[in-house]
Design a protein. Sequence first.
Length: 122
Amino acid sequence: MRGIAVLVYAVFVACVSLMPLAGGGVGQWDKAAHLAMYGLFALLGCWAVRRPSPFFFLCIGIVAYGGLMEILQSLTPARMMSLYDFLANTLGVVLGALLGRSLLPAARRERMPHGGHPREGK
């Protein structure tokens, strides 16, 4: 079920990235929007995968997906490809991954009995 949430979010990112902008776009907040959107993407991935090795490859995939969206924007009317947008996407993935890896394990430990440690004698 968690993987479905990531896929739904990927479709959302594609729709937002490829729809023509009305009224000139988001202006000065453009890079912040890229960073936030891809940071949330990585957080969702961290929540869905839970293990470091597959999560690392998922993050690489999200960065590649951001690059693909930029390339596809060059083919979309009223949109253009931007290296700076790609860099903001990538920074968002890195920050989201760091945040997810630092916050989510702590949240999981709090839900586990005995602070996340195996029971004594087992």
